[in-house]
Design a protein around this ligand. Structure first.
Ligand code: C2E
Ligand code: CA
Ligand code: CA
Length: 639
């Protein structure tokens, strides 16, 4: 702690460079962040603070050099201020860290309180030792006594806190980012050591800058897709939260190009260019987000574009023209912010649900009905999840309906298809088109199948005991549920626990294009044939209808889809094709069932096309399974 010529080696170059870089970074951050998120504000605060520290340092030294007389008071003051900025920098840094690591609640408060405490104690000690004369002091001849270097202790304490956080929460950060950050902190430390060796203090502030660079680069450097000029999807979520918090509405245009759905196919350069120029040309302050490779979303602030729908008309015209050239399929969804969805931050889910229902090359304007449908879907999913969790084979929300099937040979009804409906507390009756694909998507379908199977088995038992002739009832199975390892076991267990004769239950399944599905179907049929189960190929004629693949599977009955019944009505040629197809199956000992028979004309045609069974509204709509009693006959009737 000897005497030295104070600031003897100091050069303002280091600090001036820091100030300049801070200004540049300020501009970059202000222009590259799509929204004023928390990280954005913290960054700006850090950079401003850093620039202030450098500025104070420069002024302090300038004052020192040009000092006349012996009044050092301003230097003491500026030195305290300088340290204040640096310590405050530590705090901002920690706040950012805590934010990025998503540390919330008590953990967050504890870290910030402990650090503030270290910071305060250091500051106070610095001032007190200075006043007591044991700390930093300027002598009348211009030399300085360094005294206890409190600042270095504060610096060390800060590095310690960061190190502890990085070790404690390492799993929350991308590993390479941790390594990168640790690397820059080491570099900063080496600069400090080197300048100390040379009795320097010109580069102290710059050592604070490198970790900011590191964070900027590691965590925020990739928000922008250079090819389309779009900001990445995370920024969209941020932007929604921000606009919701600030109660600022927005419009959006979502453009989905199915062809570019996979990441492998880049959007052609011309189209890229149009996308890059598109937003700013038409809507003030709009931002283009890249949701996936083939999904872009333009967000348009309401405030700056109150006349959005007017402005959108010519844009849409231009879009149609452009797509006459590009000829890619598209789905456009146009809408505005809705509190309910902003709150959940679920525009992407909402838009996807709309896209799913849309035809390609159409534009959809979001309305209240969409929101209702979407919320309804959410409610249905919740109920399905609950049904799944309860796993109750008698769950009252799942109803077994049945559609009787007309047997041409006997002229009676002795088989039927079980069809599912949901009866939900708030939503009421829900039909398959609204829940089957959801249940498949969310993996809840197998539970539903088990329930419907159980209810069907019980009903068959009752009918048989009452003396009804029931040859069998078929239950639908979905391809996705065959993945369940317990599938065949579950089916066997439920059938055998019902105490009904073998073969009273059949399974309907659709064809599938995939090889692995084909194997699963074959395994299932192999295992369940053992207990006398018959198999229906459902919806023949709607899928890919690969004859070779179908013939490999030992189905018993082929269900010709309603679309074939309709096609056979349109002209003789189609009728002939359907008839011959059915003929091939009949020759090979399959039974042919026609679905969707609505009138006598359908009935007569299908009878002439090798039909064994007919099913459709002509005979009956699906009815509650108990009502099969109105269709099936009792053995005693059989005279
Ligand atoms: P699917 O298996 O092809 O069932 C036949 C559908 O056609 C039923 O609709 C039935 O009501 C309807 N239908 C019957 N006759 C006629 C007719 O003459 N004309 C017309 N236009 N339609 C007729 P539903 O009950 O709404 O079922 C729709 C689809 O939902 C079913 O198609 C099936 O794929 C699925 N589904 C229904 N219940 C279940 C189930 O328990 N499990 C599984 N995995 N899927 C089911
Ligand atoms: Ca079916
Ligand atoms: Ca069908």
């Amino acid at each position: 702690m000897g005497e030295q010529l104070f600031f003897g080696n100091y050069s303002p170059v280091g600090d001036i460079v820091v100030i300049s870089i801070c200004i540049v970074m300020f501009i970059l951050i202000a222009t590259s962040f799509a929204t004023r998120t928390k990280s954005f504000l913290l960054f700006l605060a850090m950079i401003s603070n850093l620039a202030m520290a450098s500025l104070t340092n420069v002024i302090m030294h300038d004052y020192y050099i040009h000092i006349t007389g012996g009044d050092y008071t301003p230097i003491y003051f500026l030195r305290v201020l300088y340290h204040f900025f640096l310590f405050f920098m530590f705090l901002l840094y920690l706040a950012y860290f805590v934010h990025v690591l998503d540390i919330k609640g008590i953990g967050c408060r504890r870290i910030m309180i402990v650090s503030s405490f270290i910071f305060l104690v250091s500051m106070i000690t610095d001032v007190v030792t200075m006043i007591c004369g044991t700390g930093f002091r300027l002598n009348s001849d211009g030399t300085a006594t360094a005294g206890y270097n409190i600042f270095s202790f504060g610096y060390l304490a800060f590095i310690l806190v960061v190190a502890i956080l990085m070790i404690e929460y390492r799993n929350r950060m991308y590993k390479n980012a941790v390594i990168g950050l640790a690397g820059t902190i080491i570099v900063s430390f080496l600069i400090l050591l080197t300048q100390a060796r040379h009795g320097q203090s010109s580069y102290t502030v710059s050592t604070f800058m490198f970790p900011i660079f590191a964070i900027m680069y590691l965590l925020h450097s990739n928000p922008y897709d250079i090819r389309t000029g779009a900001v990445n999807v995370n920024s969209f979520t941020d932007a929604v939260s921000y606009s919701y918090a600030k109660k600022r509405g927005f419009f959006y245009v979502s453009m989905y190009l199915p062809y570019f759905h996979s990441e492998g196919i880049p959007i052609p350069t011309n189209l890229q260019k149009e996308l890059r120029q598109f937003p700013s040309q038409h809507f003030k302050k709009s931002i283009l987000f890249r949701i996936t490779n083939g999904h872009m979303l333009l967000m348009i602030p309401k405030k700056n574009n109150p006349d959005f729908y007017e402005k959108f008309k010519p844009v849409l015209e231009a879009f149609y023209k452009a797509f006459e050239i590009y000829r890619y399929d598209y789905k456009l969804v146009v809408g505005h912010s809705i509190d309910d969805i902003s709150k959940k931050n679920d525009y992407l889910g909402f838009i996807k649900s709309i896209q799913k229902r849309m035809n390609v090359n159409t534009v959809h304007y979001v309305d209240d009905e969409d929101v209702k449908a979407y919320n309804r879907t959410g409610d249905i999913i919740k109920e399905l999840e609950d049904i799944y969790k309860k796993n109750d084979l008698n769950d009252e929300r799942v109803l077994a309906y049945c559609q009787p099937v007309f047997n041409i040979r006997t002229g009676k009804y002795d088989t039927a298809e079980a069809l599912m409906r949901l009866k939900l507390p708030v939503l009421g009756m829900v039909f398959p088109d609204q829940f089957i694909s959801l249940a498949e998507e969310y993996d809840f379908i197998h539970v539903l199948t088990k329930i419907i199977l159980n209810k069907t088995c019980i009903a068959v038992g009752d009918l048989l005991r009452e003396g009804y002739e029931v040859t069998r009832i078929s239950v639908n199975a979905s391809i996705p549920e065959l993945k369940e390892h317990t599938f065949t076991n579950d089916i066997e267990r439920i059938i055998s626990s019902a105490d009904i004769p073998e073969g009273k239950i059949a399974i309907e399944i659709t064809e599938s294009q995939s090889e692995s599905d084909q194997k699963m179907i074959l395994n299932m049929i192999d295992e369940l044939k053992g207990v006398g189960t018959k198999f229906y190929l459902d919806d023949f004629g709607t899928g890919y209808s690969n004859m070779e693949r179908i013939m490999k599977l030992p189905f018993d009955i082929i269900k010709f889809d309603r679309s074939l019944v309709i096609a056979s009505k349109t002209d003789k040629r189609s009728e002939e094709i359907v008839r011959r197809l059915a003929g091939i199956f009949a020759d090979l000992d399959y039974s042919v069932l026609y679905e969707g028979i609505e009138d006598e004309d359908d009935e007569n045609r299908c009878i002439n096309m090798y039909a064994s069974y007919l099913q459709g509204y002509k005979y009956s709509k699906p009815v509650p399974i108990e009502e099969l009693r109105n269709f099936f006959s009792k053995k005693s009737d059989n005279t």
